[in-house]
Design a protein around this ligand. Sequence first.
Ligand code: TNX
Length: 510
Amino acid sequence: MRAHRSVLTLVPRPAKTVLRPGYFTLDGDTELNIGAGTEPAAELLRTLLAPATGLALRPSPNGQLKLAIDSGLGTLGDEGYVLTVAPYAVLLRAAHLTGLLRGIQTIRQLLPPQALSETPQGDTPWLLPCSEITDHPRHPWRGAMLDVARHFQPVSYLRRYVDLLALRKISVFHLHLTDDQGWRMPVAARPKLTEIGGHRTESQQGPAGSGRYDGLPHTGAYTRAELTGLVRYAAARGVTVMPEIEMPGHVRAALAAYPELGNDPDRALDVWTRWGVCDTVLGVHDEVLDFCRTVLDEVMDVFPSPYIHIGGEECPTTEWTRSAAARRRAAAEGLPNPRSLHGWFLGQIGEFLVRRGRRPVGWAETGAELPLDFTVMTWRDASHTLAAARRGHPVINAYHRATYLDYAQSDDPHEPPAQPGTVVDLRAAHAHAPVPQDADPDVAGRVLGTQAQLWTEFVTTPAHIEYLTYPRLCALADRAWSGATDWPDFRSRLDAHTARLDALGVKRHR
Ligand code: TNX
């Protein structure tokens, strides 16, 4: 039966699927039975299906499509759900609302691809194949990072980006808000961060070190209302927005606005126009720590995320070694040398976040410089992920040769601009095992999952973002949700699934 093919195009693959004969038809007569506590899921289902199908899905206690909270399904976790499709009834149940939100994305993918279109699709028959799907994720952390510091994207685009994440059951949208080349986070107590730090005069063309510039200004910052709205929009889709504010390195844009926070207050700095690792870093005097706490307090007001990312990587210590004030601070803190100020600084901020009831996250090779209450994002190979987990950190495995989507997807010379150095093809993304081999069970248990990274030095437009993100994100989402390693199975599901990317207007890599 043709309708049943859609089961074979689900990305990510559900934990367990049983196919049955027949199908359910969604049409103008279909009503929703909205169980207690499921209203937000009903709302999402309607919002998502309305543009293409035009269906009203009116509420009725006798509705054929039933949404229910079922505490008996607790063993499936926060995100698990059971979807039963029979010829005359559909039942979606979960122990928690998030599970229902995940199940709704499965319903969307079971329908014909046209259901994902943003325009009315006439009289397409909206068939759901009869089946029972019992589903839950292998890893809770299935993330996607977008760098809006190097190149800004408006919130209207971020909402579409979130919609595409939610469709693949991604749980965390990591928003990289600040860097050397731009500060996008509004901070009422420090308005110059966006007024000055949100604008750079031009950008380097080509990789770090190239002497060519585009001569074009690059500007942008969010308002608090926009970000609050984005957080709400994502939450309605079961996606947590985790903000990242970089420190104590990657802060050149902040120092252009407030040079007194650096190590050389008399030096005028521009918002960096180059790529690569910048030597200018925060100072280590008390005013700087106060500044960071003020910024983070405003960040926490906007983002309820339990996790707050404070960057932490690539912090050259040359300025601290040269600065008498930094050397004094190192001595006063009993540190062996000014280089140790890096771990000290992050420890101070981490402690502050913990006191506020949040969990600090940092980029690190193995986390060796970080207190154990830091969740570590490791971007080097599996041995680093393993080392961080063995130290006792919760870890997110962001191995760059599998998860950095700023690398090209093939070595075809006609690929659009990408970070030079390596190629991450679809197969490399799919081959990425979040939990390294050799991890014993308690170490494996500290690996929360994985995520995709899109750094945007060379990425300026939404079309380019989507070209680099798809289909590789489908592979990462599949691995992280299903844990399945079967490449031919993934390939064949993805081949059929691409009709959905087309219906969504995603200009993917082919
Ligand atoms: C490294 S690894 C970075 C980013 C760059 C990226 C380019 C890490 C946490 N930082 O600042 O944009 O490489 O691939």
